[in-house]
Design a protein around this ligand. Structure first.
Ligand SMILES: Nc1nc2c(ncn2[C@@H]2O[C@H](COP(=O)(O)OP(=O)(O)OP(=O)(O)O)[C@@H](O)[C@H]2O)c(=O)[nH]1
Ligand SMILES: [Mg+2]
Length: 517
């Protein structure tokens, strides 16, 4: 009602705002334009104010997933990157679930159950538990079996999420883990696939290659794939790094991926002692150069994600005006045409029936024409009025039944989920019984709303400027290089954001709301 979000939605947006001010201040102010966009969506019936916000259809925090074979040093790499012992590491298989690591204000690592992720629209795991329950191989497993969350105060976690994963082994893995892996690859901006230089032969990494490499290759997402051969220190005695690397690259390429980047690194703290000074210098140089490039890639995704959020907001506003509005108008026209047609046919039938009944009652048309029946009618005013009222009720009833039938048929052709929201619910809002079938403009999407959408899009332009300034000011400090692809981020604005599992958007309104503003 009144185009305001429900309490829960309101709180979640406030939370989002808070987190942005802490981690990505350049984007903090964009929550208000999102709220304004939501108001138009609520008014049009495209969004359910109790459940939805356009802000929830976006993954706000860029995500880096670290996947790969068992004990390949994934957790060690993550700890080193963050600069804190966030994850346990060990020579045995350690991780059996995905750990989502994000920024928190506490210096100590805080562990939260996976459920914490599920209810939080800041994360791309929002509402993932329904999905997990559906997928999980019986036994009533919950989201906590598959996902954990850790937060800690670390500069490199500001404004981004890292995901550590269990070692990849398709045979062993439950279907749910595999599905989650797919989900995570979909949502991630960058996927680091770790391999172990101790076992670079194709057999040892078969599952990883088949599942991870193939899957991503099949989705044309190559650019976000980074292949990392870790623990190269272990090859120092043979000093055959080139051989190991090329065998590994061949195996990856054979799996259908020739476009991902390849890096070779090792972790100094965990490495074996490299006994030869020359070899050590060479290895160190290679590893530190590659490590820096990986870190730069991680830094880059934050800026491009920021641009994509701004772009997504513009894309939503545009889709409301250019897609939803014309589609609703078209649906309303079809509804109107078919209701009128059905009305004419059915009402003609009823009237024909009445005429036939009248002449049958009088024994032909003559008594009606010469006035004898009219006198008889005038003698019985109550009955006559009742008859007329009855006729009107029947005709009215037919009209409203037609409206309902036709509306249901037309509604079925409209999607419930789209970038601009639930078109079906928005259409239903236009067909409630008190709205005339002759209205042309969709409820809540009149000229006033369109002007508002334009104003919002203009306002968002300002954010692009602000982001440019921010990333230019930042240069390439701890957080890395500014986005080379910044402009590309904006240009790619139309590209659909991976949407979170948004629940069904049921019809929002019985309230008629014209374009507010
Ligand atoms: N030689 C060497 N050992 C490493 C390196 N990185 C990690 N290790 C060791 O390898 C073992 C496994 O490391 P983890 O970081 O736990 O590996 P992981 O990929 O997270 O393992 P899972 O979570 O069990 O799949 C640990 O004993 C680490 O100390 C490296 O660069 N060189
Ligand atoms: Mg691990």
């Amino acid at each position: 009602m009144f185009n305001r979000p429900g309490n829960r939605v309101n709180q979640q947006l406030a939370l989002l705002s808070d987190r942005l001010s802490e981690e990505n201040p350049a984007l903090e102010g964009i929550v208000d334009p999102f709220r304004a966009l939501d108001r138009v969506g609520y008014g049009a019936g495209l969004l359910d104010p109790e459940e939805d916000s356009y802000a929830f259809t976006i993954s706000w925090w860029p995500m880096v997933a670290v996947l790969g074979t068992f004990s390949a040093g994934k957790s060690t790499f993550i700890n080193d990157y963050i600069g804190k012992e966030v994850q346990r590491s060990g020579s045995q298989a350690v991780d059996d679930r995905f750990t989502v690591i994000s920024y928190g204000s506490s210096e100590k690592v805080k562990e939260l159950p996976g459920l914490a992720l599920d209810g939080d629209p800041r994360f791309p795991f929002y509402r993932v538990s329904h999905e997990i329950e559906r997928l999980s191989d019986g036994g009533g497993r919950t989201v906590d079996h598959f996902l954990a969350m850790k937060t800690v105060s670390a500069e490199r976690l500001r404004g981004r999420i890292l995901i550590d994963s269990p070692g990849f082994d398709a045979d062993e893995q439950r279907a749910t883990i595999l599905q989650l892996t797919d989900h995570i690859i979909d949502l991630s901006d960058l996927v680091l696939v770790f391999f172990d230089a101790r076992h670079p032969e194709p057999g040892a990494m078969r599952d990883t290659l088949e599942h991870l490499v193939n899957r991503v290759a099949a989705r044309n997402d190559f650019t976000k794939l980074v292949f990392v051969l870790n623990m190269i220190d272990t090859t120092w005695r043979e000093d055959n790094l080139e051989e190991v690397v090329s065998a590994w690259q061949r195996a990856v390429v054979r799996q259908g991926n020739a476009t991902g980047r390849f890096y070779c690194v090792y972790n100094k703290g965990a490495a074996v002692e490299i006994g030869d000074d020359k070899v050590r210098a060479r290895y160190e140089q290679k590893a530190s150069r590659d490590r820096e490039e990986i870190h730069a890639k991680i830094a880059e995704i934050s800026s491009s994600r920021s641009y994509r959020i701004v772009g997504a907001m513009q894309a939503i506003a545009e889709s409301m005006e250019m897609d939803a509005r014309p589609a609703l108008k078209g649906a309303m026209a079809r509804w109107r045409r078919n209701v009128v047609r059905a009305d004419v046919v059915l009402m003609a039938l009823v009237i024909a029936l009445v005429v036939w009944g009248a002449q049958a009652l009088a024994g032909g048309f003559a008594p009606w024409l010469d006035g004898t029946m009219l006198e008889a009618v005038q003698d019985r005013p109550v009955v006559s009025v009742l008859a007329v009222v009855l006729l009107l009720v029947v005709l009215g009833g037919i009209h409203f039944l037609n409206r309902g039938w036709v509306a249901r048929r037309v509604a079925r052709s409209l999607p419930e989920e789209s970038a601009s929201g639930n078109w079906r619910a928005a259409f239903r809002k236009n067909t409630v019984f008190w709205r005339s079938i002759f209205r042309k403009s969709p409820a809540g999407l009149g000229r006033g709303s369109v002007r508002q959408l334009h104003a919002l899009r203009d306002q968002v332009e300002g954010f692009v400027q602000r982001l440019n300034n921010q990333f230019m000011d930042e240069g390439a400090p701890a957080s890395g290089t500014p986005a080379g692809g910044a402009a590309g981020g904006v240009a790619g604005a139309g590209a659909a954001e991976p949407s979170t599992e948004s629940g069904s958007r049921e019809t929002a309104g019985r309230e008629e709301q014209r374009g507010q503003g």
